[in-house]
Design a protein around this ligand. Structure first.
Ligand SMILES: Nc1nc2c(ncn2[C@@H]2O[C@H](COP(=O)(O)OP(=O)(O)OP(=O)(O)O)[C@@H](O)[C@H]2O)c(=O)[nH]1
Ligand SMILES: [Zn+2]
Length: 376
């Protein structure tokens, strides 16, 4: 039996369509963002600045005058004054090199940018679209900088359909961000004997949106009625898998398993929040900036991100699903305690989780102590 369009429509939930749009952006396909669902309103065609080559730029320019959008953090780094927006509109540089330089600071030393940068004041509707565009780029784990073109009010639906482009709305992007904290489904649950913690189990949680899974590792048989030891571990490919000495993640991961095993059981949550939530490639760009002398905090800001982009909703949702509402948290990060408490988990004790530094991570740890309030 043929599937009716109405059937498909009801299954194109907000959070799902947003991940499809994020995938398109990663492939260099523009996405149209509208102020609201349905006809009318304002809209914007958006392309990631880091993928704006001459060919794509030429095609985008056929639809209108392009502008560049950068985040408040990137604008501060570039010393651009504006009216306090989260997304700042600038006149578009003439070529794709200029656009990419605005987005990606890793080439700042070899190709210094030439100002002055011309700010374009956005209306309230335009500002909402601009902010949504940068939020969508972050969901795609791309740098939060875009080339965009304003579209006429009556154009977007037909244009998107005609060109095979995705049309999403500001409310859909907001709904997706909120949905990240809920709708986690258990999709696998198995025994996982590990070195130092042979009696362990792993539970995989997948967001209903189809986004990346988070994992709960239950060491021993922790009882929900006890305030058991819990470690929130944000994914770190370089530290966890490659044994990088630049951070303390590898030691913290194996150390947490040992401590929890010795305590008679508990939980390690392995969160898909690589690079404090900016994604692996952006973290590697942050490392390239650290090679140039910037610290871990400044590197995030130079790339246009917040210092920490992590959410605590998924961790709290997993703990609630497993029945652990009162915990003892292994961390040096006061924000993890506050974040979990905001999400309804009672942290009855913060348990220190420090390891000796080495010559490669001493500066990173000192920066966490001095700039982000870690107890180190
Ligand atoms: N953006 C960015 N992320 C980094 C850098 N170094 C490490 N990370 C990431 O930082 C996260 C560290 O996570 P955690 O160890 O769970 O968190 P924490 O804030 O250090 O807090 P505690 O270890 O609990 O005290 C991981 O996702 C790493 O990938 C860096 O220089 N830049
Ligand atoms: Zn790490």
């Amino acid at each position: 039996m043929a599937t009716s369009p109405a059937y498909l429509q009801t299954h194109l939930r907000d959070d799902i369509v947003i991940l499809r749009a994020a995938d398109d952006l990663r492939r260099g396909l523009p996405v149209v963002i509208a102020t609201h669902d349905g006809p009318g309103g304002h809209s914007l065609m958006v392309l990631p600045a880091e993928l704006a080559d001459a060919w794509r730029l030429e095609r985008l320019s056929m639809l209108g005058k392009p502008q560049v959008l950068i985040s408040r953090e990137r604008a501060a780094v570039l010393k651009i004054h504006h009216k306090g927006r989260d997304a700042v509109r600038l006149s578009c540089p003439k070529d794709s090199f200029g656009i990419r330089a605005l987005a990606d600071p890793t080439a700042d030393l070899s190709a210094p940018m030439k100002g002055p940068f011309q700010v374009q004041e956005a209306t309230t509707e335009q500002a909402a679209l601009d902010e949504a565009a940068l939020a969508l780029l972050k969901i795609a784990h791309l740098l939060p900088a875009a080339v965009s073109v304003d579209l006429c009010a009556d154009v977007p639906q037909d244009m998107a359909r005609h060109h095979g482009l995705l049309l999403v709305s500001v409310p859909q992007i907001k709904a997706h961000i909120q949905a990240q904290t809920g709708g986690l489904m258990v999709v696998a649950d198995a025994k996982l004997p590990m070195k130092g913690a042979p009696n362990s189990r792993i539970v995989a949680f997948r967001p209903e949106s189809g986004g990346t899974e988070h994992f709960a590792i239950l060491v021993g048989s922790p009882a929900p009625s006890d305030a058991v030891l819990v470690r929130l571990h944000s994914e770190c490919f370089t530290g966890d898998a490659l044994g990088s000495l630049k951070c303390d993640c590898g030691n913290q991961f194996t150390g947490a398993l040992e401590t929890i095993e010795q305590a008679g059981g508990g939980i390690v949550l392995y969160l898909a929040q690589e690079g404090r939530g900016i994604g692996l490639v952006a973290k590697l760009k942050a490392y390239a900036l650290q090679d140039q002398g910037h610290d871990t905090v400044d590197a995030n800001l130079r790339l246009g991100f917040a210092i920490d982009e992590r959410e605590f909703g998924p961790a709290a949702a997993m703990l609630k699903a497993l029945g652990f509402l009162r915990i003892r948290l292994l961390t040096n990060n006061p924000e993890k305690v506050a974040g979990l408490e905001r999400e309804g988990i009672k942290v009855v004790e913060r348990v220190e989780h420090r390891f000796p530094s080495n010559e490669h991570n001493a500066h990173y740890l000192a920066t966490k102590r001095d700039k982000t309030g870690h107890f180190l």
